[in-house]
Design a binder for this molecule. Sequence first.
Ligand SMILES: O=c1ccn([C@@H]2O[C@H](COP(=O)(O)OP(=O)(O)O[C@H]3O[C@H](CO)[C@@H](O)[C@H](O)[C@H]3O)[C@@H](O)[C@H]2O)c(=O)[nH]1
Ligand SMILES: [Mn+2]
Length: 727
Amino acid sequence: LNQLPKFNPVKTIPDLASLKRHSDLADGTSRLPGIDVFVTTADPIDEPVLYTMNCVLSILAVDYPVDRLACYLSDDSGALVLYEALVDVGKFAPLWVPFCRKYCIEPRAPESYFDMVAPPQAGRASQEFLDDYRRVQMEYDEFKVRLDKLPDAIRKRSDMYNSMRTAEATWMANGTQWPGTWIDPTENHRKGHHAPIAKVVLDHPNCGHSQPNAEGNLSISATDERLPMLVYVSRDKNPSYDHNKKAGALNAQLRASALLTNAQLVINFDCDHYINNSQALRSAVCFMLDQRDGDNTAFVQFPQRFDNVDPTDRYGNHNRVFFDGTMLALNGLQGPSYLGTGCMFRRLALYGIDPPHCRAENVTVEATRFGNSTLFLDSVSKSLNQERSATPPPPLDDTFLAEIERVATCSFDKGTDWGKGVGYIYDIATEDIVTGFRIHGQGWRSMYCTMEHDAFCGIAPINLTERLHQIVRWSGGSLEMFFSHNNPLIGGQRLQLLQRVSYLNMTIYPVTSIFIMIYSLSPVMWLIPDEVYIQRPFTRYVLYLLVIILMIHMIGWLEIKWAGITWLDYWRNEQFFMIGSTSAYPAAVLHMAVNLLTKKGIHFRVTSKQTTADTNDKYADLYDFRWVPMLVPTMAVLICNVGAIGVALGKTMVYIGTWTAAKKIHAALGLLFNLWIMFLLYPFALAIIGRWAKRPIILVVLLSVIFVLVALLYVGLHILLSSVIPF
Ligand SMILES: O=c1ccn([C@@H]2O[C@H](COP(=O)(O)OP(=O)(O)O[C@H]3O[C@H](CO)[C@@H](O)[C@H](O)[C@H]3O)[C@@H](O)[C@H]2O)c(=O)[nH]1
Ligand SMILES: [Mn+2]
């Protein structure tokens, strides 16, 4: 199942020059299609506001015509802090964006730029650049200070208003009550229970209003200073109905944006990712406009890259084998699966419309399917008729804003196809893989877009426990999909056979962990005295096993050669698969078994983003070992193999003179097996010793000591007890 779908790997590279020729017209205007960019955040504390705002700034500064780009931030916490942070972005962006455009800055997320790119040096860079750089850096520092102070400022302001008026509320800067979550939560104003909010922070550049200008005279005048539209959306929350996690948030954004800008293309980012290459959006558009198969391309997925991972990538966070191998292999079939972030969609494909090559003549746009909003239904018809333009949205009067808020409610989904055949799919821990599956099943294809200079960059959990929680969610979601009507064997009408096989593999892989567990616990067998055995593995059997394992690795090595991945990436992947197979995957399998009986889904636990700013040690999280029950089997496997090696040593001491040649081969093969498991569990062993792992030599010494101790224990027991039980 793993190998078959890989028979036709294809690398595709965007041709940006050709796109420029095609779409940038001589009069300075552009024929590029509109793009609505969605960012999702779930909490201003768990997901630091600074990251989210950097993501937004990188979007505002991306290289794309401003009148065809709009950025929507979805805030699932309904927090005033996030709205006001966005307003602050609106004030800093008029400086940051022209600066990026003028000097072709990369990356265009200020935090990463100032942190990772060496500052210009006097003498090397022009004086003009030096001046502008200092100015922007200073303003950015002030912007960060303002963000830091926001919670306090809001509290102070609210205290002041509260003391003047009778109502206890959280107040906005303009003296009105914030409709979302309050600092002192009350009914209707707490996380999980509040009204929908939609606020336009930066207006559409073509709407006639003057756009904010950078104050002071930055010598940036020659550059386009206009900014794309920027909108804050927080869907309503109510304990009486399911808000459907990230998929629900994305669907609300999809509808709200349809009313405002209704771009033909949309792309979504997690708030912990940012645009790292300002050409990224154009690259994705290359595939969408490609004359060969562009019209039938539903989405263009980019690989995920991370810039907070420790240099040795202990827990295989980079996942290169998957992102640079597996996904490119699927590219030769119907295309890669959707991976949750950094993926550009055709709006129509998300709406559940068939691809052009099999679309009916007249597609009807029914309220029973899309929900009861005339404005929204009109927008769908417009998309179907390919009415693309850069016209600004209608005037933002109260009724219009109210309608945007109405389509951004969770209850709007009720009795419609949202979350089933329309939009991002609900009722599963991993909305991404099913959403992609639903779209492929309709006959659309997808493309994988890798860029030499990584398109996007994000944050990965470098703490073992956090990482495993993430894996539980993914593997649990996969199993949920297998046991749903989206099972790859029965669902997805127009799926190609091999694509089906690949989805099958993607949904049932956690089950393999059961066998891996049994295998890795098998050394226990060697502890049992000979006399008790009914049968033990033959040497020949172990040799077969060895040959098979070697063959699997040879295929793996060929793949990484093709994909250009390093050995380290490969081994990290193998090692982490082993750790996952003895912890997260069995947990997911168990969870699924319970789920089948109780019908309870996996909880979407937002992945930790290292909120404690330990400035001394960037990788502090790596050395923090947090014990959780799912680690019990991994621990058991480790103990079992460490014990087996120790006992093998002891047995050698006791029996060395008396063993037959066959017995020696037995023992050697057994030891090889133990060492192999130890090698695979090495990152886990490092995790256990916590901060000591900063010097891995400590682990080597520690293990050696344990081996010797176990061996001595064996010898001692042997002397004491061999007259009672022979072993
Ligand atoms: O109720 C929720 C829960 C999550 N999110 C957002 O979902 C995104 C992903 O959450 P995160 O905790 O960062 O998950 P990761 O484990 O890092 O995410 C990976 O796995 C997810 C599927 O499990 C995919 O959706 C992601 O794109 C992919 O990066 C974040 O922007 C969250 O703000 C919401 O908007 N609302
Ligand atoms: Mn994340």
